[in-house]
Design a protein around this ligand. Structure first.
Ligand SMILES: [Zn+2]
Ligand SMILES: [Zn+2]
Length: 374
């Protein structure tokens, strides 16, 4: 079938994207779902910093690529062997497909699925196929999804079914920002009732982590960013303290304000200066967690001796260490009970044709989540 899809053919365009127009809306040929795959009509898709990292080249991927991964839609056709979904089911897309068979999957860590990592890096679906074509040319999938398209074919293991009473534009957030941010707090770090927490970097993942920390019962949640609008938003969402990290003395000021730092600090920006702040404001015996996706060559340094002498822990968190089929329904239940109001992250709605302008909004830092409605 023919579908309209947002395609990136070259990384590293200059901003503003409204002028350089790195993403073109192309009419592509979409194959029918193969074994273990489903056809999904996308109803809402959200713009994420990991799309932006491909556009600006900080996370290099094979070109051309149909972008997008944070989305929700309706199952329209079922491939051979898919027994647990039906036509008409509502599904949210997840950016790591898990095979269920490899070492990490067997250990209950599907975020680290080995075939999933291979297919995501190669730009294919989990089964190794590319289902989008521009004439004779195959188009790569972004993290097994390519959600900025009217329809997508994805692995069954790239989607999680959800309740039909959640609107698509809200459900879309759960497969990336929410599971990554909330999962980092509750799964990777294990924040407990009364813990003190800092969030460094207040994009969609950072603000989701902030809401996760509040839902988990953190007694103090310190929010840190370079953007005043984001700091104001964090305060409105329930942050107890906010700090501008453009201040040279921000680490000393937060340590002073918190009596020596926090139990947990989360870095979500994928930038070494943010990581240095997060490590600097973690207290003795505390844990620093990063969900950031920096450039492959980026380095981060810290005082080595503190790991031992202060019994520090430094952890990475991918996909919030989540089991998507377990955690997305849990977080959606909390959302429906108003205990995880992630819809407050949504700042703008656009059409597919306005996607370049949408990425300018995201890149400016003034928008948390920009949603394409189909
Ligand atoms: Zn994402
Ligand atoms: Zn696996």
């Amino acid at each position: 079938m023919k579908v309209k899809s947002a395609v990136l053919r070259e990384m590293g365009a200059v901003t503003p994207y409204a002028e350089s127009q790195p993403i073109k809306i192309e009419t592509l040929e979409l194959d029918s779902p193969g074994p273990g795959e489903v056809l999904v009509q996308i109803k809402a898709a959200s713009l994420c910093h990991s799309d932006l990292s491909v556009i600006n080249g900080s996370r290099p991927r094979p070109m051309p690529m149909a972008l997008g991964h944070e989305a929700a839609g309706i199952v329209m056709e079922i491939g051979e062997g898919v027994l647990d979904l039906e036509v008409g089911d509502y599904v949210a897309c997840v950016f790591v497909p898990s095979c269920g068979q490899c070492g990490p999957c067997r250990e209950g860590r599907p975020a680290l699925c080995e075939p999933g990592a291979v297919s995501n890096t190669a730009g294919t679906l989990l089964g190794g196929e590319r289902r989008l074509h521009a004439g004779d040319e195959d188009v790569n999938h972004h993290v097994g999804v390519s959600a900025f398209s009217e329809y997508v074919v994805v692995s069954r293991n790239s989607v999680v079914k959800f309740s039909k009473d959640i609107p698509f534009e809200k459900a879309a957030l759960f497969g990336c920002a929410v599971i990554t941010g909330v999962g980092a707090v509750v799964n990777t770090a294990g924040v407990k009732l009364g813990s003190t927490v800092a969030i460094v970097g207040l994009g969609g993942i950072g603000l989701s982590a902030l809401l996760g920390a509040l839902a988990a019962g953190a007694s103090r949640v310190v929010a840190v960013d370079i953007n005043e609008h984001k700091l104001k938003q964090a305060k409105e969402l329930g942050a107890t303290d906010v700090f501008d990290s453009r201040d040279q003395d921000v680490v000393a000021k937060i340590r002073e304000a918190t009596g020596g730092g926090l139990d947990f600090a989360f870095e979500t920006a994928g930038a070494a200066p943010a990581m240095e702040v997060a490590y600097g404001i973690t207290k003795r015996g505390g844990t620093t967690v990063t969900t950031g996706l920096p450039h492959p060559e980026a380095q981060f340094s810290f005082p080595y001796v503190t790991l031992t002498a202060e019994e520090r822990t430094l952890k990475g968190s991918y996909l919030g260490s989540c089991v998507p089929s377990r955690d997305i329904p849990r977080y959606m239940n909390l959302f429906q009970e108003d205990r995880l109001p992630v819809d407050k992250l949504i700042s703008d709605f656009i059409t597919l044709d306005e996607i370049n302008e949408g990425f300018d909004k995201l890149a400016s830092g003034d928008s948390s989540r920009v949603i394409i409605k189909f």
